[in-house]
Design a protein around this ligand. Structure first.
Ligand code: NAD
Ligand code: UD1
Length: 345
């Protein structure tokens, strides 16, 4: 039976973990990626874990002709999971057109090429950033979406609007948009994980690289937030839990269980942790003392954010299983594994 799924951005952090889950669920995977923020080495890591290497095609999905050609060759695919995007928030503020060009053209070309070839199921990587600064916590899918604080975030909001409009007119087309909160962690084997290029922007890789001695000191952005310890609160979710949610969403689409042609789901863990709690938990599980100092707030950051994932539980049958200790320990295991290698790629 045909089980082919096209995964764009499948060499990246979340995409590669989703590819592992797809292979373990007997799907045949075709990975499309231009390697602009990832390495082909991840394909070997996927093989090490699953015993299978997915077919890989290097392509820039913002190029419509190249994208169209590939989809013609794989017109027997059942669905597309679309991870491909640029995601550096700060860079998107400095170079907005690069982000609008890349993220929106990748999306438009993928939607066009897949429907030209009769592939009419689509999963989109969205983000909690579509909620802007929320009026209520926990955030549900009914919470209003707002202007995100960056062009990157805006590509997610506009992306969802494009897909929703498309679902209204393209009658056989259906889509699920997954709004990730803060994905962290790595595969429990320590073989694959997040590998940011350059100095990381996000908290977890900053912590592990500081502990590993690659970076000197972690700056805690803001100690004067109105929270229990003065630091900001986020909803961290294990990347393997997140990857598994994609299998649930895919099965919902393939089994035609949707209640609307466009659906959105929050993917988080329903819990918020402060930056200091993250540091303390890291120190407890790794037994490594972290060099950090509390500094000024980072522009654009909000006080607290955490999800209600009731809808995903009810409709997708998915709930995050892994604890904050497991998230942090797996990130640390991956960092240590990288340290023992000559090449960080
Ligand atoms: P990532 O950068 O590791 O993966 C994205 C992949 O897309 C990379 O392999 C990159 O090379 C590829 N890509 C980018 N532009 C491309 C193009 N023009 N053509 C082909 N491939 C291209 O990022 P990630 O953390 O795995 O994120 C995956 C998705 O989830 C992205 O859409 C991201 O915006 C979204 N998301 C991520 C987070 C997070 O914290 N990591 C949070 C919310 C949403
Ligand atoms: C950031 C992005 C968000 C994006 C998400 C995932 C911003 C404003 N938001 O979310 O749009 O979807 O990443 O890519 O950039 N922190 C420190 N020191 C650090 C790094 C982070 O104290 O060196 C703090 C932050 O202030 C925040 C928490 O740690 O309170 C988490 O930060 P981060 O991992 O960057 O994620 P978000 O800011 O939630």
């Amino acid at each position: 039976m045909n089980r082919k799924i096209i995964v764009t951005g499948g060499c990246g952090y979340i995409g590669s973990h989703a590819v592992i889950q797809l292979i373990e669920n007997q799907f045949e995977v075709v990975v499309l990626d231009n390697l602009s923020n990832s390495s082909e080495a991840n394909l070997g890591r996927i093989k090490q874990i699953t015993g299978k290497q997915p077919l890989f095609i290097k392509v820039d999905l913002s190029n419509s002709e190249a994208t169209s050609k590939i989809f013609k060759r794989h017109n027997d695919a059942l669905a597309v999971i679309h991870f491909a995007a640029l995601k550096a928030v700060g860079e998107s503020i400095n170079i907005p057109l690069k982000y609008y060009h890349n993220n929106l053209n990748c999306l438009l070309n993928t939607l066009n090429s897949q429907t030209e070839n009769g592939i009419n199921k689509f999963i989109f990587s969205s983000s909690a950033t579509v909620y802007g600064t929320p009026d209520e916590l926990p955030i549900t899918e009914k919470s209003i979406t707002k202007q995100p604080s960056s062009p990157y975030g805006n590509t997610k909001k506009i992306g969802e609007e494009i897909i929703e409009d498309y679902c209204k007119t393209e009658l056989n087309f259906s889509s699920i948009s997954l709004r990730y909160f803060n994905p962290i962690g790595a595969h429990e084997s320590g073989i694959i994980g997040e590998l940011p290029k350059g100095i990381p922007n996000n908290l977890m890789p900053y912590i592990t690289q500081t502990a590993a001695g690659i970076l000197d000191k972690l700056k805690v952005f803001g100690g004067d937030y109105p929270t229990q310890d003065g630091t900001a609160i986020r909803d961290y979710v294990h990347v393997v839990d997140l990857a598994q949610a994609h299998i649930h969403a895919l099965n919902r689409l393939l089994n035609q269980e949707q209640e609307a042609s466009f659906e959105t789901f929050n993917l988080g863990s329903n819990k918020g942790y402060s930056v200091l709690e993250m540091i303390q938990t890291f120190e407890a599980v790794s037994k490594v003392k972290l060099n950090y100092e509390i500094t000024e707030r980072r522009t654009g950051d909000i006080t607290q954010l955490y999800a209600s994932t009731k809808l995903a539980e009810e409709k997708l049958g998915w709930k995050a299983q892994r604890t904050i200790e497991e998230m942090i320990l797996s990130s640390w295991k991956w960092e240590q594994n990288l340290l023992s290698k000559k090449n960080r790629k």
